[in-house]
Design a protein around this ligand. Structure first.
Ligand code: SF4
Length: 348
């Protein structure tokens, strides 16, 4: 973009402002290299990081911290966008379906690019880049999927994937001469050899791993998520946060039992408990905090108390005491620990 011409006594100086572009940044190596590649070509990069209820940077894997650090290392400003209710809504019926878990990768990427597009328009950027590599991921990174993502996000011709762009059809910036094919990558597939080599060339010490983890690709989590969406029309972020911890048991179509597996999960279960949930604990022995949630939970209290004892340090053949709390009310139940066969078949 031309911004001015200053006249000095015996010569002219023309100042050219850097062209702005937006990058989807995951904090992983590929998106880092995509940014570096474009910075090398003189672009000013502004990064967007996307949080969803299933990858919120707060799961303890440290992604949030890594993205911030990565953006600082790259010298780019960072905007974080949270896709909450709209993401859950999309997950009910993703246009392009699911991958091997409950991952709706094509629709998910399209939503991320839409958020990037909004930022692009706000700051007057020319186009948007990402670290996607052709053929690297089974669902979303094959050529037809990349096309679908562009179409769904209404960004046809405006998405550049610098690591593989020389293998893909020309985008608008290439047609307009803003970027040249010779400066774009030809990386294909799952090997990270070329990326590691590029990282060396860019002087990136200690290259990051692949981008942050997505719970929707985790088989065990996907089973729990599918069960939740099958039984609740529109799950809340609280429902989803509960999916991330504990052992889950489906008692009937409206009721679920969640059993904490350690002290941290017990604490988290208490934090996530809603007014009508029932909380159970072994009164006399170390054991789990157990949450019973549903419409008609009263009929499941005794069974839940026996499961609570089963997972505590209580002797397995003796009657124990379980505290039961709902809202302000509390009571105690004397009961024997459940037989494993009575609850294991209910595990999700
Ligand atoms: S792996 Fe998860 S975050 Fe990544 S595109 Fe698929 S659904 Fe989205």
């Amino acid at each position: 973009m031309y911004v001015g011409k200053f006249v000095y006594p015996d010569y002219f100086v023309t100042i050219m402002a850097k062209k702005k572009i937006v990058a989807l940044l995951s904090g992983g190596l590929d998106s880092t290299l995509a940014v570096k590649t474009m910075q090398k070509q003189g672009f000013e990069v502004s990064a967007v990081a996307i949080k969803t209820p299933f990858c919120d940077f707060d799961c303890g894997r440290g992604c949030g911290f890594e993205i911030r650090e990565r953006a600082d290392d790259l010298g780019v400003d960072l905007k974080t966008v949270y896709l909450g209710d709209e993401y859950i809504e999309m997950l009910k019926h993703p246009k392009y379906g699911f991958g091997s878990g409950m991952n709706p990768c094509i629709d998910c990427r399209a939503m991320m690019f839409e958020a990037g597009k909004k930022h692009m328009e706000e700051i007057g950027a020319e186009f948007i880049i990402s670290g996607e590599v052709l053929g690297q991921r089974p669902m979303s990174q094959f050529a037809p999927a990349l096309k679908k993502i562009e179409k769904l996000s209404d960004l046809e011709g405006k998405i550049v994937r610098p690591l593989s762009a020389a293998l893909l059809p020309a985008t608008d910036p290439e047609k307009n001469g803003l970027i040249k094919r010779k400066d774009l990558g030809m990386i294909r597939g799952r090997s990270r050899k070329e990326q590691i080599q590029m990282a060396k060339e860019f002087g990136i010490e200690d290259p990051p791993n692949a981008g942050g983890g997505c719970l929707l690709t985790d088989p065990a989590f996907s089973l729990r998520a599918k069960d939740l969406f099958k039984h609740i029309e529109t799950p809340t972020t609280n429902d989803i946060d509960l999916l991330k911890i504990g052992r889950h048991f489906r008692l009937d179509k409206n009721s679920k039992l969640i059993v904490g597996r350690n002290k941290d999960e017990n604490e988290m279960i208490k934090v996530l408990a809603l007014p009508n949930d029932i909380l159970l604990e072994d009164k006399e022995n170390v054991g789990p905090t157990v949450l019973l949630r549903g419409d008609d939970t009263g009929k499941h209290v005794e069974f839940s108390a026996s499961v609570t004892l089963r997972y505590s340090d209580a002797p397995k053949n003796e009657t124990g005491v379980v505290t039961v709390h709902k809202n302000e009310d509390g009571r105690e139940i004397s009961i024997k620990p459940a037989e494993e066969t009575s609850y294991i078949k209910l595990r999700i």
